[in-house]
Design a binder for this molecule. Structure first.
Ligand code: GUN
Length: 293
């Protein structure tokens, strides 16, 4: 059997068209959704992600602001800029690209962002809201994965979901969303004793560890839905290409549905960031007009 591959670019294109129409409607009412992005340091992957986020805004009719600081930036300067953006009513989303250089306390930076502008969904208040089943902003990558599962009509109620990776950005919020959707959820991580034992039971397998091709076909249940969140660059001697956490070639012979890398989850992450920014702007307008009424 060869798995059906989910085209994240095609789904993103549909969703971004819908987004652009909503953004235009909002702009016509005098509110252009605006995302502020802060990048600290010269990490090449982060620079590419930020560039794609800004370009995504432009294409969908959202405004964006980009502040770039050197790797040795004083954290107080960045905190002051966040405070300024928090207070600016024309800004609806604030994102600080991670990872931050070591002089930063990343948790303190994320907590400094106003929760109602935290389009990453990383502020403790938003993490708590997600955990309670009443999310304000859903973290973009897991949100994109849920959209893909919805689009493919993957049955979630009662399904065994196994997530490999326990990060705050993907693994943990992903587990909350799948749990809320009715899955029985297992989270595996670097201390998991027998990874393959768990992955072979999964109807839905999400790989988010950042290790190239670590999930191979023999670790997958026949017919499973395999979601690959990893974006890894192979060493030059292996061709230097991008690859996921899943060994696509062997996995596609066993899985029922699979996401490729690149062109799977990656484009969905930015699409959901734009969605969160748009929804934040819609809420801001509703609050402003509600306050006037
Ligand atoms: N670094 C890697 N992924 C992300 C993300 O989703 N948001 C932010 N802010 N930084 C990241």
């Amino acid at each position: 059997m060869t798995a059906r591959s989910i085209d994240g670019n095609a789904l993103s294109a549909i969703l971004r068209d819908e987004l652009a129409a909503r953004a235009a409607a909002l702009s016509a009412r005098g509110v252009t959704p605006c995302l502020a992005v802060i990048l600290v340091g010269e990490d090449p992957a982060s620079a590419v992600y930020v560039r794609n986020k800004v370009a995504g805004c432009e294409k969908a009719g959202l405004r964006s602001l980009k502040d770039v600081y050197p790797a040795d930036a004083d954290p107080a300067l960045v905190m002051a800029r966040i405070a300024e953006l928090n207070a600016d009513p024309a800004v609806h989303g604030i994102l600080v690209q991670l990872p931050l250089p070591k002089q930063f306390d990343a948790d303190a930076v994320l907590e400094a962002i106003a929760p109602e502008k935290d389009v990453d969904g990383f502020h403790a208040e938003n993490v708590g809201a997600l955990m309670q089943g009443n999310p304000r902003f859903i973290p973009c990558t897991p949100y994109g994965v849920m959209k893909m599962l919805e689009r493919e009509k993957v049955v979630l109620k009662g399904a065994e979901a196994v997530i490999v990776g326990r990060s705050n950005i993907v693994g943990k919020p992903m587990s909350m969303l799948l749990l809320a959707a009715g899955c029985t959820v297992t989270i595996c991580h670097s201390q998991t004793r027998d990874l393959a034992f768990h992955t072979r039971r999964a109807d839905i397998l999400v790989a988010a560890v950042g290790r190239p091709k670590m999930i191979t076909g023999d670790m997958i249940k026949p017919g499973a839905t395999v979601i690959d969140v990893g974006i890894n660059r192979l060493p030059a001697e292996q061709g230097g290409k991008l690859c996921g956490d899943v060994d696509f070639e062997s996995a596609k012979e066993v899985a029922g549905i699979i996401t490729p890398v690149p062109g799977g989850v990656g484009p969905m992450t930015i699409t959901m960031l734009l969605t969160n920014t748009l929804e934040s702007a819609e809420r801001a307008l509703a609050n402003a007009t509600g306050a006037k009424a």
